[in-house]
Write a protein that binds this ligand. Structure first.
Ligand SMILES: [Zn+2]
Length: 285
């Protein structure tokens, strides 16, 4: 689907007057708060119950699935490199690329996650992150809904990669996702999966675009660009705090203070600076 088809599809749905709901808690859109608009027909709604920001009109689940299998292309993330490019990336350890996972390893070190820990890289694309977690010493497993990318991860990078929830096992100390939650049709499904496969005391760690009020105020232009066709959900600090539902949580944004994260007692809920472009969320099971 290109931008033009997206607009036509959005406009058609608007004309049909299909009822719309918060994709997370099912609150009717009419009870939500409109926080931004694009191209007249698409709006970003803040759910006043769970505080998810979501695009409306939404995709149907079937549309979303087709989009991910066939149409979603975002350059480096999803474009699987040819053998020569892969060889270069591997020999450089992905350093100086946007897929360098060393900052995530540093975060897990700050959380005192042992390097031998069992880590699930949820939404692993073609496996570059799972591979780097493995290289850092973790027992890493990747999950990727796209079968071609999952197969690439297993065949070309030799990582343990799966495309079905039922093959993932359990007992993970970290359920990690980078720029995945803003794309999924049900964050609740992912959160339920995480709670099922995480060991007690394990961490749900996510990076997403940041819809927090502090970022909206600091950089509205950046905020405006962070939702739309490819990002039906936009998470924010208040949403994460509510999602945690009493579990210890830490919310911040990039760049984040590793010393403050290292100093977190992992028992309370803490909100650090959330005015940066990228939301960091951590919930401890
Ligand atoms: Zn909601």
């Amino acid at each position: 689907m290109n931008k033009y088809q997206y607009l036509l599809s959005s406009f058609g749905k608007r004309l049909k007057g299909q009822p719309s709901y918060c994709p997370h808690c099912k609150q009717p859109e009419a009870q939500g708060r409109s926080v931004d608009t694009k191209y007249t027909v698409t709006r970003l709604i803040e759910c006043t119950n769970c505080h998810l920001l979501y695009r409306t009109p939404a995709d149907s689940v079937q549309e979303a699935h087709a989009f991910y299998q066939e149409e979603y292309e975002q350059g480096y993330t999803t474009g699987m490199p040819d053998d020569a490019t892969l060889k270069q990336l591997l020999s450089a350890g992905f350093s100086n690329t946007e897929r360098d996972y060393s900052r995530y390893v540093a975060l897990m070190d700050a959380l005192k996650v042992p390097r031998s820990a069992k880590v699930l890289d949820f939404g692993c694309s073609w496996g570059y992150g799972t591979y780097q977690f493995q290289q850092a010493g973790y027992a890493a497993t990747g999950f990727e809904i796209s079968q071609p990318r999952c197969k690439y991860a297993a065949d070309k990078l030799g990582v343990d990669a799966h495309h079905r929830y039922e093959d993932l096992g359990s007992g993970y100390q970290v359920f990690f996702s980078s720029h995945v939650l803003e794309h999924v049709d049900s964050i609740a499904d992912v959160w339920n999966l995480a709670r099922r496969v995480l060991a007690p005391g394990g961490f749900f760690i996510g990076y997403t675009p940041n819809g927090s009020e502090a970022y909206r105020q600091a950089n509205f232009r950046g905020f405006h660009l962070s939702w739309g066709l490819k990002h039906p959900n936009l998470l924010q600090d208040r949403f994460v705090e509510k999602l945690a539902d009493g579990l210890p949580a830490l919310v911040s944004s990039t760049p984040h203070a590793l010393d403050a994260i290292a100093g977190w007692d992992q028992k309370s809920t803490v909100r650090l600076d959330t005015s940066g472009w990228e939301l960091l969320l951590i919930i401890r099971k």
